[in-house]
Each structure stands twice: as structure tokens, then as C-alpha cells.
Design a protein around this ligand. Structure first.
Ligand SMILES: Cc1cc2nc3c(=O)[nH]c(=O)nc-3n(C[C@H](O)[C@H](O)[C@H](O)COP(=O)(O)OP(=O)(O)OC[C@H]3O[C@@H](n4cnc5c(N)ncnc54)[C@H](O)[C@@H]3O)c2cc1C
Length: 464
């Protein structure tokens, strides 16, 4: 059978790949997307979406326990883990099937199977039906990533889980050890801790949520500890002894090794790019620590071959993948898109309390030689936060003292994952402190704290 020819072939239908495909089709390209497992990728099936559905159940559960505070009655509060998981899987299914409809609506050809690059512009797709050859002048790698496995700490699905196991847990942990306190580890720790698991988090770095501003990490840590979580920083899990009903973790901290016995471990020690078996080496693609090396336009250096999303490296975020997908599709269609600006991509962690940030931390700004002005505003000074019963939180802003440029914004507290986009827009528009101070924020809203934090950086905060 002759090879089917397209303008653009996208390998992988996650938020990078399917968005690239749709944008390409909108621009008149004849696009094919090849997917080996599930439309929507990790994000919709095993990442962003099902975790947020589970965390929502935990949030409602938490609020039900606080019913009395709000003048309400809720007796016999409990949960059904299977039902929580069923809801989460249903939400994931609904959204993944939505991707199928969107691709169809945009006349994108979907080929289910595992793709390999068998030569420049040539893709072979293997499936149960056999092997099919496809050709295109532009190929976009959007193959994503998977959980990193450290020797001796490998998930087995019984007592030691990866994020996939944790999303369809075979049992409710009574005692849980989470290895790694990045966004994924902390979200699962928050979920299971809220449902009652005695939770310990072990982090090798000197603080949890290590990419966040140090003040935000410290604030979040205090909140998690108040909720009963045990946090061990500068600690390493050296070994796991697995038994039928328990795991003994050998945790090294401060030169001493201690044994922690739990019934469940979640390993959340990072991710590795899906670069294997694609034929990349033969084409001369550069791979650095499991990620495809690209320039700011996602070009791999091989004519017509692009890499986007998780497979192209940090930050491993769905919105970064999608934005790169749009940019590459526009490039392939002959447009002149702007390259993505890594400093304007927000990071959000949907634990309780939530954490969100964009741009430089205070420490990083100083390392880069900026003289900074820092603003802070606590949730306790905000009317809406008090009315919501969410008085714990902090909004921190970091400005260049010389130019007034907003260098970074860092938040912890209720709904900050929704609020952060205000600062993202501000950074995108290169707003100064003066513009932000003159902006009128609606009252009563949590967003007023974003205003107050800016005012505070210049000694003008009103409500604190
Ligand atoms: C538990 C968890 C929670 C997360 N929460 C968030 C969050 O809240 N917000 C956020 O922004 N990010 C979150 N992420 C990260 C987010 O899921 C990823 O950044 C995002 O999915 C990356 O998109 P992608 O398109 O690059 O790759 P993926 O979503 O991984 O999609 C890649 C696709 O390529 C397919 N594929 C791979 N190889 C081949 C091949 N050879 N042939 C054909 N198909 C192939 C795979 O089957 C997959 O469907 C989370 C991740 C996890 C694990």
C-alpha cells in the first residue's frame, strides 16, 4: 500500500499533540495524529484532569468536616474510595472522548498505533492491523513522558505505587510514604492525607515544593504539618523492603538512617521523556537526559522535525505543551509565531492549600543580579478570604526595584491556581508596578490581595 501523505504528522495526542493537530488543521494543513494508547495523553487520562477530580472530592470532604463552622449540619461524613475513583475516571473519559470529537470536527486524521521515524519525513505506524507508512514534510514529536523509576524504589502496583496506581488505588492507605515533593507528590500526599491516611513526605532537597519561592514552600509546609502530615526534608529513601502487607523504607536524614514502616508508598521522583524506540538516534536528533534538545521554536535541528511538550523537557506542564503545539503548527503553516517565554509559564499545585507561581523567585531574582522590591499580602487581611473561611495564605510579588518590572509572583492559599493568571497576563504585557497599582480590582474578591501585594512592594498596602 502506498504511503499516505500529509502536510504535518503529529506523534502523540496529548495536550501538546492534539492541540498542534487542531491548530494545523485550522490553518489549512492536512494533518494526521498518531496515538498508541489514548487520545488526550497523560494529561487527560492519567494526569492533570483525574487528579483534580480526586482532589475535588477531598476538598468537599474537608469542607463537610467544617460544616458546623458555616452553621451547617453534616452527620456521618464518610467516603467511598471506589466512587471517588469512578467519578475521576468518568471525568477523564468524558474529556478524552471530547478530544476525539474535536479532532474529527477539525478533519484531523487519527491513526491509532505506535509510531517510529523510519527516515526523514517518513513515519511507520505499527498496530494490530499491521504496519502503515505515512509521509509528511513536517513531523511533530509529542510523545510525552512517564514516571521516573529509581533503582530499588520501582513501583509494583501492590504496596509501591506510581501516579497511575495512585489514581486507581487498589486500597486506601492507612499509612503512606510519598517520595518526592514536587507537584505530583504533594497533590497525592494532600489527597490521601485529607482522606485520613497518616502521611509522610520525604524530599531530598532542603525544602518541599523545591521550585517554589522559599517563603511559599515554608508556608505550605506549616499548613501541611497542621493537617497532620509529617515532612522530612534533606532526606533520602535508600531502600524499600517490601512485604505482603507493608513496606519498610530506609530513610537517611542528617547522617542517620531510620526505618519507616508504612502500608503504601507513592514514588513521585520525576519523569523521563518518551524518546526510546522512535528512531531518533538514526536521524541524528540530540537527546539530553531523556529529553529531545530543541531551540526556542521547538526545532530539533533535523529538517522538518519538531519536538514539543514533555518530551522536549521542562517545565512538564500541559499548558506549555499546548502552547508549543500552537506555535509549531503556525510555523509549519508558514506563520511567524513568537517563541514561548519560559518565564511566563505559571506552575500550579492543586494541594490544600493551593500553590501557584510565575516568573522568578526572590532568591533567583537576586542571583540574577536584580535589586528587588518585594510585596507580601496575607489572606487574613482580605474580606473575601475571611468570608470563605480561608484565612491562611500569602501573595508575594517580586519587582525589579530599578524598572518596576514584575519579575515574579508567588501564591499559596485558596483558589490561587485560578488567580495566578492575572499576574501571567501582567508579565506577558510587560506591565510595571504603576500599571498594576492603577488597576481597579473588584471587591470583595481574593484578587484584591494581588493588588495589595503590589501596593505593599511600594509601601502602599491599605489593608495590612
Ligand atoms: C499525576 C499527574 C498530574 C499532573 N497534573 C498536571 C497539572 O495539574 N497541570 C499541568 O499543567 N500538568 C500536569 N501534569 C503534567 C501533564 O500531564 C503533562 O505536562 C502533559 O500531559 C504533557 O503533554 P504532552 O502532550 O507533551 O504529552 P502526554 O500527555 O504524555 O501525551 C503523549 C502521548 O503520546 C503518546 N505516544 C508516546 N509515544 C508514542 C508513539 N511512539 N507513537 C504514538 N503515540 C505515542 C502517548 O500514548 C501519549 O498519549 C501532571 C502529570 C501527572 C503525571
Amino acid at each position: 500500500m502506498a504511503a499516505r501523505d500529509f502536510d504535518m504528522i503529529v506523534i502523540g495526542a496529548g495536550p501538546g499533540g492534539y492541540v498542534a493537530a487542531i491548530r494545523g488543521a485550522q490553518l489549512g494543513l492536512n494533518v494526521c495524529v498518531v496515538e498508541r494508547e489514548h487520545l488526550g495523553g497523560i494529561c487527560l487520562n492519567w494526569g492533570c484532569i483525574p487528579t483534580k477530580a480526586m482532589l475535588r472530592s477531598a476538598e468537599v470532604f474537608h469542607l463537610m468536616h467544617r460544616a458546623k463552622e458555616f452553621g451547617l449540619k453534616a452527620d456521618g461524613i464518610g467516603y467511598d474510595l471506589d466512587a471517588v475513583v469512578k467519578r475521576s475516571r468518568g471525568v477523564a473519559r468524558q474529556l478524552a472522548s471530547g478530544v476525539g470529537h474535536l479532532l474529527k470536527k477539525n478533519r484531523v486524521t487519527v491513526v491509532m498505533g505506535a509510531a517510529t521515524l523510519s527516515g526523514p519525513g517518513l513515519v511507520s505506524v505499527r498496530s494490530d492491523k499491521g504496519t502503515e507508512e505515512l509521509t509528511a514534510k513536517a513531523i511533530v514529536l509529542a510523545t510525552g513522558a512517564r514516571a521516573r523509576e529509581l533503582p530499588g524504589l520501582e513501583p509494583d502496583g501492590k504496596r509501591v505505587w506510581s501516579y497511575k496506581h495512585a489514581l486507581v488505588p487498589p486500597h486506601m492507605p492507612k499509612t503512606l510514604l510519598v517520595i518526592g515533593s514536587g507537584a505530583i507528590g504533594i497533590e497525592f500526599a494532600s489527597f490521601f492525607n485529607t482522606l485520613g491516611a497518616e502521611t509522610t513526605v520525604v524530599e531530598v532537597m532542603d525544602r518541599i515544593l523545591p521550585v517554589e519561592d522559599a517563603e511559599i514552600s515554608a508556608f505550605a509546609k506549616k499548613q501541611f504539618e497542621k493537617q497532620g502530615m509529617a515532612i522530612r526534608e534533606k532526606a533520602t529513601v535508600k531502600r524499600l523492603d517490601r512485604a505482603a502487607d507493608k513496606v519498610t523504607a530506609h530513610v537517611e536524614q542528617g547522617g542517620k538512617t531510620e526505618k519507616i514502616e508504612v502500608d503504601t508508598v507513592i514514588s513521585a521522583v520525576g519523569i523521563v521523556g518518551n524518546v526510546e524506540g522512535l528512531g531518533l538516534e538514526d536521524l541524528g536528533v540530540t537527546i539530553d537526559r531523556s529529553h529531545v534538545v530543541t531551540d526556542e521554536y521547538c526545532r530539533t535541528g533535523v529538517e522538518g522535525l519538531y519536538a514539543i511538550g514533555d518530551v522536549a523537557g521542562a517545565p512538564w506542564l500541559a499548558h506549555k505543551a499546548s502552547h508549543e503545539g500552537v506555535m509549531v503548527a503556525e510555523l509549519v503553516a508558514g506563520g511567524h509565531p513568537h517563541p514561548i517565554r519560559p518565564g511566563s509559564i505559571a506552575g500550579c499545585t492543586y494541594c490544600h492549600p493551593q500553590v501557584a507561581s510565575v516568573g522568578l523567585t526572590e532568591a533567583r531574582a537576586k542571583e540574577k543580579g536584580y535589586e528587588v522590591r518585594v510585596g507580601r499580602f496575607p489572606f487574613i487581611g482580605n474580606g473575601k478570604a475571611i468570608a470563605l473561611g480561608e484565612p491562611e495564605g500569602l501573595v508575594k510579588t517580586v519587582f525589579d526595584a530599578k524598572t518596576g518590572e514584575l519579575l515574579g509572583a508567588h501564591m499559596v492559599g485558596a483558589e490561587v491556581t485560578e488567580l495566578i493568571q492575572g499576574y501571567v497576563v501582567a508579565r506577558g504585557l510587560e506591565t510595571t508596578e504603576a500599571d498594576l497599582m492603577e488597576t481597579v480590582f473588584p471587591h470583595p474578591t481574593l484578587s484584591e490581595m494581588m493588588h495589595e501585594s503590589v501596593l505593599d512592594a511600594f509601601g502602599r498596602a491599605i489593608h495590612f
